[in-house]
Design a protein around this ligand. Structure first.
Ligand SMILES: Cc1cc2nc3c(=O)[nH]c(=O)nc-3n(C[C@H](O)[C@H](O)[C@H](O)COP(=O)(O)OP(=O)(O)OC[C@H]3O[C@@H](n4cnc5c(N)ncnc54)[C@H](O)[C@@H]3O)c2cc1C
Length: 301
């Protein structure tokens, strides 16, 4: 079985950027990706310097093309199913969905996060007219009549004030949550209406929101908006490898990608199990690659 210097699980910006740096450092790398990047539902990505407005798949294709210049890098379209540590030899075994196993000295977890919504209908509009990050998609929704769909005081307060920068025409939908008087009064002063009734349905066409229907029978016209998903790690690799987490579920690291387990590194959104951006994830991957390369260098020198 071929032995790699490092196996990178996840070909989002974090994993791709780490692989580029490690390939350029002449390391033997296998990058596994199964095409479940979080932004696959969106039409365009914004805010990544030199790539503003690029399609997510095109972003990925360019990055993979760049990796072709480095002969020690392999990119494999396979799902990683499990990772075991071979303590005796200080190596890791990586198992994939087509029953292959691979050996590596170091492992980088860059598998991102996924989101879920308490209101399942949001999924139909997510990435086209409903978004979670105003920095990513606020510009495209500027000055439009927008919905803010959120279900606790903290989220409603934070998101509504933030989005107000991009559009003053906001209506807040709390889906049954009773918003505090303080927040309601703040919003009233900015002419932001709040509906606390339970949402019955969302209506629109091909992912483009047109109205929010409430259980009271009201149907309020809106042409997009922002929502607050819950985020989770899609796998248990870090747990299986016994990496320690903090009280918020974030991985404990040295801020340079090293986890508490020797040889196991982490980068991108999976590290804190919370959302960031393409640029931040790519920078995390670059940073983790420096650590991986330095550790391999010192191990072998
Ligand atoms: C609707 C939407 C719009 C967005 N718009 C923007 C934007 O405009 N600008 C911006 O900066 N950010 C945007 N983001 C956020 C951005 O997508 C993330 O910040 C970024 O993708 C995080 O990078 P990552 O590498 O940590 O994870 P991801 O990009 O999610 O990559 C993780 C990778 O791991 C792979 N993977 C997972 N499990 C396995 C496994 N078991 N085996 C093999 N491979 C696996 C997946 O295939 C995936 O490619 C948007 C997100 C969403 C949801």
């Amino acid at each position: 079985m071929k032995k790699y210097d490092c196996i990178v699980i996840g070909g989002g910006p974090a994993g791709l950027s780490a692989t580029l740096t490690l390939g350029r450092a002449r390391r033997k790398i296998a990058l596994f990706d199964n095409g479940t990047n979080r932004n696959r539902v969106t039409q365009e990505s914004h805010g990544f310097l030199t790539r503003d407005g690029i399609k997510p798949q095109q972003f990925k294709n360019i990055a993979i093309k760049e990796l072709e210049s480095y002969p020690s890098v392999s990119v494999l379209n396979e799902t990683v199913m499990g990772v075991n540590k071979d303590d005796q030899h200080d190596l890791f075994l990586v198992h994939t969905s087509n029953n292959q196993s691979y050996i590596t000295e170091k492992i980088l977890l860059a598998t991102g996060i996924q989101e879920e919504f308490s209101l399942t209908q949001i999924r139909q509009y997510y990435g086209k007219s409903l978004f979670s990050c105003p920095y990513c998609d606020g510009w495209e929704l500027r000055d439009k009549p927008l919905a803010i769909i959120a279900e606790n005081d903290e989220h409603i307060n934070h998101l509504t004030k933030l989005v107000f920068n991009w559009s003053k025409d906001l209506i807040v939908f709390t889906n049954g949550h009773q918003l505090s008087n303080k927040v309601q009064n703040d919003f009233k002063s900015k002419k932001i209406k709040v509906y606390t009734a339970v949402i019955k349905n969302l209506h629109g066409n091909h992912g483009y929101l047109e109205s929010v229907e409430l259980e009271t029978g009201e149907n309020i016209l809106r042409s997009g908006g922002f929502v607050v998903p819950s985020f989770y790690r899609p796998n248990k690799f870090a747990k299986q490898l016994k990496c320690q987490v903090d009280e918020n579920g974030g991985m404990i690291t040295d801020d340079a990608g090293r986890t508490t387990e020797s040889g196991v590194y982490i980068a991108g959104e999976t590290e804190k199990a919370g959302p960031s951006s393409l640029m931040i994830a790519a920078a995390d991957g670059n940073k983790a690659a420096f650590s991986i390369n330095m550790d391999i260098t010192l191990d072998r020198f």
